[in-house]
Design a protein around this ligand. Structure first.
Ligand SMILES: Nc1ncnc2c1ncn2[C@@H]1O[C@H](COP(=O)(O)OP(=O)(O)OP(=O)(O)O)[C@@H](O)[C@H]1O
Ligand SMILES: [Mg+2]
Length: 256
């Protein structure tokens, strides 16, 4: 479904943020990327939907290398790649349903997009998705008045509006309390199990990875140092994923 091969990236042309990253993601699975701060987790996710241009490698999404697509093709491919952010990236003065409707902007003509012209069918779909994430009654509330957990659920509904094959989540629970964390992770798990979506999540919380992941990728200093089923994630494996690499300045060893 998604295969990343030999991905490399340097932001400054000197220090490599990713050296040679290869892994695959399967439909219907939750894949979690863990690793110390600065290891390259965000860089990997942002390369997958080409928010940043990587330097080398292949990113095969449904057997097509995303890196080789022209602008129009990339726009189309991005429609099938949902993204969820730690800080939600919602338009706060707009209502929940308006934010969800923004999820289908990529499929609209420029003019319809600029004037936010949505069909009734799209509004019904947006409402259905808000219901799916348990927020039907908040559809017409401004997002600025929602809690963090509710905002993240709006973010998920917005991503689903794109009918994604994969959802990329960069620390989706980092700003949430424990109860909202469970709500959000349960929704993501359900999207994989019941809707067959691939869910790829950057996480710092190893205990959450243990509860929700099928597959774990450990990154340290821009390299894959672990790639296996969750059951294989032993304490020794965790220690080696999080070990401070002498070459990576500023990397932080996490306590458990
Ligand atoms: N825009 C940028 N310009 C220059 N260097 C960058 C940029 N973004 C990231 N880096 C560097 O690339 C490396 C990987 O960063 P990245 O944000 O991918 O790490 P991360 O694993 O997501 O860390 P965290 O867990 O703290 O979010 C780091 O050394 C970081 O300083
Ligand atoms: Mg990051």
């Amino acid at each position: 479904m998604l295969t990343v091969k030999h991905l490399a990236k340097s932001y400054d042309g000197e220090k490599k943020s990713l050296t040679d990253v290869s892994f695959s993601v399967q439909p219907g699975e939750v894949t979690v990327i863990i690793g110390p701060s600065g290891a390259g987790k965000t860089t990997i996710l942002r390369s997958i939907n080409q928010l940043i241009r990587d330097d080398d490698g292949e990113i095969l999404f449904d057997n097509t290398d995303i890196r080789q697509l022209n602008r129009a093709q990339l726009r189309q491919a991005r429609c099938r790649i949902g993204m969820i952010f730690q800080n939600y990236n919602l338009i706060e003065p707009l209502t929940a349903i308006e934010n969800v409707l923004h999820g289908c902007l990529g499929t609209k003509s420029n003019l319809a997009g600029i004037f936010s012209i949505y069909r009734n069918r799209e509004k019904e779909e947006a409402l259905k998705l808000l219901e799916k994430v348990g927020l039907a009654e908040f559809a017409y509330q401004q997002c600025r008045n929602l809690s963090g957990g509710q905002k993240q659920r709006v973010g998920i509904a917005r991503a689903l509006m794109q009918q994604p094959k994969i959802i990329l989540c960069d620390e989706p629970i980092a700003s949430l309390d424990p109860k909202s964390t469970i709500t959000v992770m349960d929704i993501l798990r359900d999207l994989a199990t019941n809707d067959g979506i691939s869910v790829l999540i950057n996480l710092h919380q190893v205990d959450i990875a243990r509860s929700y992941a099928d597959h774990v990728i450990g990154i340290n200093n821009g390299q894959v140092v672990f790639d296996d089923r969750i059951q294989a994630l032993s304490d020794t494996a965790i220690a080696s994923i999080y070990q401070k690499d002498a070459n990576s300045e500023g990397s932080v060893v996490h306590e458990f």
